[in-house]
Write a protein that binds this ligand. Structure first.
Ligand code: ADP
Ligand code: MG
Length: 262
């Protein structure tokens, strides 16, 4: 049974059709990369599947059951955590407060790093989560807003990984990171996957996509136009599917699964 699936997602912003009938699926214990040009609709898929916005049409299924998310806490209650492209941290709060933001009723994720106790326990839980990621968050008590983009991204990724028990969405999680921090995030993605979580990874780096993912979904103009096993595809094929260059002369196993050109 598919862990999280969407069929025919439509989302319009004014006269812009961000999603024009997009399908999506991720299984437990796999990394799915979601790729596509700027404006293809990747972040919109993430927003709809994490409950931060509602689709105009289309269906979402979690463990085979139809779900409707009224807010991100509905998705979180199912074990779905998200690192949004704009991070969505609270800039005036310190990293520890950010780690526990809105968590009053939640249970910890599979990595089991966090719990709910006193301030000391929260600090220790946060420190473990950052160390686990190799994130260089030295000052746990300064406001997040005063930290570098890379540090903020580290906090956002550590927070999501620590609480996710089913699915984690990472929307361009390495965009602000240096080489070493990026390695840490790619390692974390594999570890989270090996814990049985479904990981959805959005990145413009084709080498990173091919390195870390099991499957690759290609979005173009608001639709999933192809889907590949990472082991059976290439950078050229992925770029071709993203840009439409492969249209009309076969889009690899994308066409074989009936997604191409729809
Ligand atoms: N809040 C919004 N208001 C207006 N247009 C939006 C909004 N969010 C996204 N869009 C538009 O929807 C399309 C898809 O955006 P997005 O999902 O962010 O693409 P991607 O993440 O693949 O770059 C783009 O044309 C974008 O400008
Ligand atoms: Mg985006």
């Amino acid at each position: 049974m598919t862990l999280l699936e969407a069929r025919g997602l439509i989302r319009e912003y004014g006269h812009v059709q961000a999603l024009a009938g997009a399908d999506f699926d991720v299984d437990a214990g796999e990394v799915v990369a979601l790729i596509g040009d700027n404006g293809a609709g990747k972040s919109t898929v993430v927003k709809l599947l994490s409950g931060s916005e509602a689709p105009d049409a289309g269906e979402i299924y979690f463990e085979g059951r139809r779900v409707r998310f009224a807010s991100p806490s509905d998705a979180r209650a199912l074990g779905i955590e998200t690192v949004f492209q704009d991070l969505a941290l609270a800039p005036h709060l310190d990293p520890v407060r950010n780690m526990y933001l809105g968590r009053e009723v939640m249970r910890p994720g599979l990595l089991g790093l966090l719990g709910f106790m006193d301030n000391k326990a929260m600090r220790e839980g946060s420190r473990r989560a950052f160390d686990n990621l190799g994130a260089t968050v030295r000052n746990l008590s300064g406001p997040i807003g005063s930290m570098s983009g890379g540090q903020r991204q580290g906090v956002a990724v550590a927070r999501a990984a620590a609480w996710a028990s089913k699915v984690i969405f990472l929307d361009e999680p390495t965009a602000a990171l240096g080489v070493v921090q990026t390695r840490n995030v790619l390692d974390l993605i594999r570890r989270v996957r090996d814990n049985g979580i479904g990981v959805v990874f959005i990145s413009h780096s084709m080498p990173h996509v091919l390195e870390v993912s099991d499957r690759v979904h290609v979005l173009r103009r608001g639709r999933r136009v192809a889907s590949y096993n990472a082991a059976d595809t290439s950078m050229e094929e992925l770029v071709g599917a993203m840009t439409g260059a492969l249209d009309g002369n076969g889009a690899g196993n994308g066409e074989a699964n009936g997604e191409a050109g729809r």
